[in-house]
Design a binder for this molecule. Structure first.
Ligand code: NAD
Length: 360
């Protein structure tokens, strides 16, 4: 198949491209604007493969997107291009509305025009696969999990912009018949993760001897999935999923943030002991919480497991160890990113919410 991957120079998109080049005969076109979050170095392992191509373009640029689609003639569009960092969305929401909402609309328009012009057999194969997040469902209490029927209740500018884009994709399916599929996945971690996100940030700060900044008391719970399990799920969905259907993706790996950081410290103690013999846990420090910080996310992935036969191959412990080993072995990948881009700045404190909103 011919697969156009938007956002393919980012964390999950590049994992998808590396996976498909190594494990399928698919031809791939990556369309990416190369924002601060995108880097061709994440695609270097497959860049020489003749089945891989790259075009630098912005999903908000209708002419560029339509041109790329017309030239490449994809069977599948997987849409991962997005602004993705919650803290940045609090400080500067406009970019999130532009890329996540307007960009998705622009891509849908181009995809729909292309799909309508296809001969019937190609129209039947075509899929528009939109990659989204569990954050659109809001925040859980102590119990319960998000299913595909859970009502949307986004709480941050990031999750609200992703929710809006999910609704647009669904509307293009219902209204124009575009064969769309939406997947909502829990928090990913793994190699090539931009070191502003929690797990890689903690690893590189630990190695630098710096404080490991845990938000609030570290009580917030996330449901973690190794990125390579996510991309195997994406492949199952666009190959075998039903158009118009949604699939939740998650690894049944709920952990409190503080426990994730303690596990990371224990792994580093074993794999790369500190020179003074102390534990990296001594570097843990608690910092001001993120405004509106969602308390708990948890995914019920029964549908994708039973209907498409997908299951994660990594436990949280095995995936985290692979991740730590990768960061230890690949400093030449992340060191230049740290020095080129301002990853160290504390973000996301701009819009402290009033108590009335916290109570809603
Ligand atoms: P990322 O920030 O690492 O990568 C985003 C990519 O999109 C970058 O390569 C960037 O250059 C590109 N991009 C940004 N704006 C663009 C634009 N206007 N035009 C073209 N390209 C643009 O993000 P990620 O973590 O790989 O997430 C990918 C997708 O998966 C996002 O849609 C995100 O919402 C979703 N998602 C992420 C997670 C997670 O834990 N990281 C979990 C569930 C869903």
């Amino acid at each position: 198949m011919r697969i156009l991957v938007t956002g393919g120079a980012g964390f999950i998109g590049s994992a998808l491209v590396r996976h498909l080049i190594r494990n399928s005969g698919d031809e791939l076109l990556v369309l990416d604007a190369l924002t601060y979050a995108g880097t061709l170095t994440a695609l270097a392992p497959v860049a020489a493969d003749p089945r891989y191509r790259f075009v630098r373009a912005d999903v908000r640029d209708g002419a560029a997107v339509a041109g790329a689609i017309r030239d490449f003639r994809p069977d599948i569009i997987t849409h991962l291009a997005a602004e993705s960092h919650v803290d940045r969305s609090i400080d500067g929401p406009a970019a999130f509305i532009d890329t996540n909402v307007t960009g998705t609309f622009t891509l849908l328009e181009a995809a729909c025009a292309y799909w309508r012009g296809l001969p019937l057999p190609a129209r039947a194969i075509f899929r528009f696969h939109h990659i989204s997040t569990d954050e659109v469902f809001g925040s859980l209490g102590e119990t319960g999990r998000f299913t595909e029927a859970t009502a949307y209740d986004p709480r941050s500018p990031y999750s609200a912009s992703k929710a809006a884009s999910d609704h647009l994709v669904s509307a293009w399916g219902h209204t124009y018949g575009l064969p769309v599929i939406v997947t909502n996945c829990s928090n990913n971690y793994g190699p090539y993760h931009f070191p502003e996100k929690m797990i890689p940030l903690m690893i590189v700060k630990a190695l630098a001897g710096e404080t490991l900044p845990v938000y609030g008391r570290g009580e917030n719970v996330r449901d973690w999935l190794f990125v390579e399990d996510h991309v195997r799920a994406l492949q199952a969905v666009f190959e075998r999923g039903t158009p118009g259907r949604r699939y939740n993706i998650g690894g049944d790996a709920e952990r409190r943030n503080i426990d994730v950081v303690r596990t990371l410290c224990a792994l580093l103690d074993r794999l790369h002991p500190r020179a003074d013999g102390a534990s990296y846990a001594a570097q843990i420090g608690f910092v001001a919480d993120r405004p509106g910080h969602d308390r708990r996310y948890a995914i019920d992935a029964t549908r994708i497991r039973t209907e498409l036969g997908w299951t994660p191959q990594e436990s949280f412990e095995s995936g985290l160890e692979k991740t730590v080993r990768w960061y230890l072995a690949n400093e030449p990948w992340w060191r230049p990113i740290l020095s080129e881009r301002a990853t160290d700045q504390r973000r996301g404190l701009a819009g402290s919410l009033s108590p009335i909103f916290n109570a809603l």
